[in-house]
Design a protein around this ligand. Structure first.
Ligand code: FAD
Length: 463
């Protein structure tokens, strides 16, 4: 439904005149995210400051069936790009609410920059278990709800849902819910409630792409900074050999962080490898000095067993915590784009080859970077740069072909869900958001509609 003057006035009364914007020039900044898409814009932009304000906004949106898109750092691209309706910018909900260091828990508002949180933890001798990948625009709420949740150290700590202990959520009908132990005031009862904290609704919101509700607060684990960090790095001629080594290292618990990068990424970062290895495996350990050195030695033995050639640890240092080095917003990559795959080690090399082949055919400069995740799966990324004026068509064709060609691999699972899962998630959606107002574009992905579309178009149709 269109936003009438009457509705606009009600929204304005909730957030205040300055935080309710509907002029064309005010909306223009919200027409695109960090990844290239066709521009669209909301009808109205709101900048709420409290959970209560969001609750009141949602009551109006729901009663009038107005779509709502939560926009945080916009680093995930099209999924937080509103096309009409209300856009909720979380930027003003950016406070740290409580450090409960006895229990290693920090409670924050969801619009807080994740990097600011990392910096604040460091000041206290702590750190956040993972760091997200998309630079310092990422917010806590975006990291929870977006297609992310992995990052540096994921081999040790697992995806964010393992260490997200509480959230406050506003559902589309305006109701406010506190889930998980961290929702207790001040988190003081955190530990005593942790083992029976009914955490499943917390997990349900993870990666829901803003299609179920709005996370306004979150309680996350924070951990003490390590005494020592150690890198063991090897170059491999073939990605298949790297996979054997990485899998064994992960299963033996010999790494805090396992990253694999290809020749091209080192080249892009300005530190080319001494030889043209297809891929490099960088094992990082954090902990006490004797422990990290011993683990590094064992990891090196395993890498050499599978044909790895030892490289200077500085190569590991360059890519470890790689957001510090991969600044997508700088000119190095041109127009930023990416293609990714998640898979078991068995399908991972094939995904790598497919993505690299398609980028090469499209003439898109790129580099590959990847993590091994807890317990034992792999997520790989190419970061590419293309010329918007001359390569747009080639880029779109390559993206389509990558999706299509990786679709049928036995255990690759970026956006494709089983029918049972789709049916179940549709029931949850109907229950939580019966009017379907929450982020309709992202629901298109989660409902499986996008994957069916990719499946139904013959690959040659895009040639
Ligand atoms: C396909 C894909 C895979 C990715 N994989 C990784 C990865 O492995 N590791 C990594 O670190 N990064 C990854 N990213 C990037 C990552 O998704 C974003 O950096 C992250 O989601 C944070 O985004 P943001 O704060 O910029 O939020 P936005 O980009 O603005 O929003 C992301 C999504 O979360 C929703 N959202 C944001 N805040 C809230 C909130 N408070 N309540 C409810 N919904 C909210 C938005 O509506 C949107 O759907 C990936 C991105 C894409 C597109």
């Amino acid at each position: 439904m269109a936003i009438t003057q009457d509705i606009l006035e009600k929204l304005e009364a909730i957030v205040g005149k300055n935080d309710c914007k509907s002029k064309d020039f005010e909306l223009a900044a919200y027409s695109q995210g960090m990844i290239y898409t066709n521009p669209t814009r909301p009808d109205v932009l709101l900048l709420p400051e409290t959970t209560e304000e969001i609750s009141e906004i949602m009551k109006i949106a729901n009663a009038n069936q107005i779509p709502v898109v939560v926009r945080a750092g916009a680093t995930a691209g099209p999924i937080s790009q509103p096309d009409g309706g209300i856009c909720l910018d979380m930027g003003k909900m950016n406070r740290i609410l409580n450090w409960d260091l006895d229990n290693e828990i920090v409670t924050v508002e969801a619009g807080l920059s994740y990097y600011e949180l990392c910096q604040e933890a460091i000041k206290r001798g702590y750190m956040m278990p993972l760091k997200p990948w998309y630079g310092n625009g990422v917010t806590v709420g975006g990291y929870i709800n977006g297609p992310s949740m992995v990052g540096t150290r994921v081999a040790k700590y697992g995806t964010l849902n393992y260490w997200l202990f509480g959230i406050t959520v506003v559902f589309p009908d305006g109701s406010v819910h506190h889930f998980g132990s961290g929702a207790y005031e001040g988190c003081k009862d955190f530990m005593s409630n942790a083992w029976m904290s009914m955490n499943w609704p917390v997990t349900m919101m993870c990666q829901s792409l803003g299609s179920l509700g709005i996370v306004t607060e979150a309680s996350l684990l924070t951990v003490p900074q390590p005494e020592a960090t150690h890198h063991a790095v090897c170059g491999f001629e073939h990605i298949e050999d790297l996979c054997k080594a990485a899998k064994e290292i992960q299963l033996k618990g010999l790494a805090t962080d396992i990253e694999h990068e290809d020749y091209d990424i080192y080249d892009l970062l300005g530190m080319p490898l001494p030889k043209h290895y297809e891929v490099v495996l960088a094992i990082t350990n954090e902990g006490i000095k004797e422990e990290v050195e011993a683990k590094g030695r064992r990891a090196m033995e395993i890498m050499k067993k599978y044909g790895g050639e030892e490289l200077d640890p500085a190569y590991g240092h360059l890519t470890y915590d790689n957001t510090a080095n991969f600044n997508f917003c700088t000119a190095a990559f041109g127009q930023f784009c990416c293609a990714a795959g998640c898979a078991s080690y068995e399908s991972y090399p094939e995904i790598y080859h497919i993505i690299k082949e398609e980028w090469a055919a499209a003439g898109i400069r790129n580099g590959w970077s990847c993590w091994t995740c807890y317990p034992n799966w792999v997520q790989g990324w190419t970061i590419g740069g293309f010329d918007y004026d001359t390569q747009m068509e080639a880029f779109n064709r390559a993206m389509f072909r990558i999706q299509k060609r990786t679709y049928d691999l036995p255990d690759s699972y970026p956006f494709y869900f089983t029918e049972q899962f789709e049916e179940f998630s549709q029931k949850v959606k109907d229950w939580v958001d019966p009017n379907g107002i929450m982020n309709p574009n992202s629901w298109f992905m989660l409902s499986g509609a996008q994957s069916r579309m990719v499946e139904s178009i013959p690959i040659d149709a895009q040639m």
